[in-house]
Design a protein around this ligand. Structure first.
Ligand code: MTE
Ligand code: MO
Length: 482
């Protein structure tokens, strides 16, 4: 711990990371949110949207104090990503290391007053209390790797506008809640193939577009939850308290927080009916944002699509501007971290550790390169297997020479899709992943390219214990570890 070096200029984040390493080493931290931050004070401004009262959170403790594992991009609306690669050494992401992506201020909601209404193509419309949602239906749990579709945006060249996320807008957490299918069935919703559930957030201030996502009914009926717990604890305000939609394996933008309405439809939110004059009241976040647009051209609203897999949409002739739904295959190295100077263990080796995920597909293989992509070796999986929506951990035992090295990882999913090396240039106007390139797009969405995610490390000559008890430099040792 850096306390031993007498360095007293640590930030709360450094202190947190030190403390976390200590707790991991002593076995105190099980990986769940045991260090959960306090919810802040109740003072704030009250606004009303859709009939429900929300109060803008003005906590006494800063966002950084409550989420010491995050690098803050903006304090209000809160936007923050994992500060350190250490987040990707563990299977479960603690709450204070899970990225936050908010378009508006975090609402401060009284759970006892909150309701979720069900409207549209149903036999009877209803307004459910949190108590009814929690206790009137089954309880299910899913482990879900949630990633912001803007993760990796900072690697686009030329740069695009928006939060400049690097690697850290992704986390793996355990979500508990009520299957949406049970609620839809109870109230006689049209759940046939081709229908949609539009889910709305209740936090938008007056005059702002309501965060609404239209989810195809087949996915809703398959595994979507109205989630009220994260890592076995109540959710924090920033992550959606008291209730959010959980769409296993799909990009974060589909996982609507502070849900106050679900509307059953025969198309997505689309056209005049869902707009108000010039304001794209319900259509903005579904039709104009979170689309893959290859060059600066007008986005086309679509009432419906029949291909939801994001990469299939990229390859389809019918859809020029794919909607960011399920996540594409990707991996991240957690150890060693960037710019680390590492000393091999007694056997002369270094264990490279990371995570890999592929939306609602399974990850098939992960390869690791320690020479900047010239050669690749297969890694092995370890750790819990919690279904395809959850990442897998991988390890690769490396026998390095002293010196500078560039480490990369590259995953392949069960459909044989592999991460590309780089991001294309805009003038190539790629519509899909092609020639080992991820398509540059105007929103900077969905990047999976592995080269920008590489970590540069320096390996020092290791100390090897000889049977006689003396230590020798491993680089000069002729015996090889087996
Ligand atoms: N109501 C509402 N839901 C929302 C958002 C939002 O701004 N408002 N942001 C979305 C986006 S873009 C992402 S990536 C995830 C982030 O969830 P997290 O903050 O819990 O990580 O929430 C999604 N749900
Ligand atoms: Mo996002």
């Amino acid at each position: 711990m850096s306390g031993e070096t007498g360095d007293d200029t640590e930030t709360p984040r450094d202190q947190y990371l030190d403390r976390r390493r200590f707790l991991m080493a002593t076995g105190t931290l099980a990986g769940v949110g045991v260090l959960a931050g306090n919810v802040g004070g109740q003072d704030g401004t009250t606004t009303t949207e859709g009939g429900q009262e929300t109060t803008t959170r003005q906590p006494e403790e800063s966002l950084q104090e409550r989420y010491p594992g995050l690098r803050i991009l903006a304090a209000d609306p809160a936007n923050a990503e994992a500060a350190s690669r250490t987040t990707y050494e563990s299977f479960v992401t603690p709450r204070e290391e899970h990225y936050i992506r908010n378009h508006y201020s975090t609402p401060d909601i009284d759970e006892d007053e909150w309701t979720v209404s069900l409207t549209g193509m149903v036999d009877s419309e209803v307004e459910l209390s949190m108590d009814e949602i929690r206790n009137g239906y089954s309880t299910e749990t899913v482990t879900h790797t949630m990633q912001c579709s803007g993760n990796g945006r900072s690697y686009f060249d030329p740069q695009v506008g928006g939060n400049q996320w690097t690697f850290g807008a992704v986390g793996n957490t355990v979500w508990t809640g009520t299957p949406v299918s049970e609620i839809l069935e109870e109230y006689g919703a049209d759940t046939s193939e081709g229908s949609w559930l539009s889910v709305m957030g209740g936090e938008a201030p007056e005059g702002e577009d309501i965060f609404t996502r239209s989810i195809p009914m087949s996915k809703v009926m398959d595994d979507c939850l109205l989630a009220y717990e994260m890592n076995g604890s109540p959710m924090s305000g920033e992550h959606g308290f008291p209730v959010r939609l959980l769409v296993p394996g799909w990009f974060g933008n589909n996982n609507v927080k502070w849900v106050d309405r679900m509307h059953v439809m025969d198309q997505m939110v689309f056209g005049d009916e869902w707009e108000e004059g010039d304001q794209r009241l319900y259509t903005h976040w579904q039709q104009y944002s979170y689309r893959l647009i290859p060059i600066d051209e007008e986005v086309n609203q679509q009432p419906s699509i029949s291909t939801f897999d994001t990469q299939d949409q990229m390859e389809s002739d019918e859809i020029r501007h794919p909607y960011l739904y399920d996540q594409m295959v990707k991996s991240l190295v957690g150890y060693p971290p960037e710019d680390a100077t590492i000393t091999p263990g007694p056997g002369g080796t270094v264990e490279i550790i990371g995570v890999a995920w592929a939306g609602d597909d399974e990850v098939q293989t992960v390869e690791v390169s320690t020479d900047g992509g010239e050669s690749w070796s297969e890694a092995e999986f370890f750790g819990p297997v919690m279904g395809p929506a959850s990442w897998r951990q991988f390890r690769y035992v490396w026998d390095p020479e002293p010196g500078d090295h560039t480490i990369m990882s590259r995953a392949t999913d069960e459909q044989d899709r592999t991460q590309p090396a780089t991001i294309s240039a805009p003038d190539e106007a790629l519509l899909g992943i092609q020639d080992d390139k991820y398509p540059w797009n105007t929103g900077g969405y969905g990047a999976t390219a592995y080269e920008p995610l590489a970590v540069a490390v320096t390996v020092e000559a290791g100390e090897t214990e000889t049977p006689g008890g003396e230590t020798t430099e491993s680089a000069e040792t002729t015996t090889t570890s087996s």
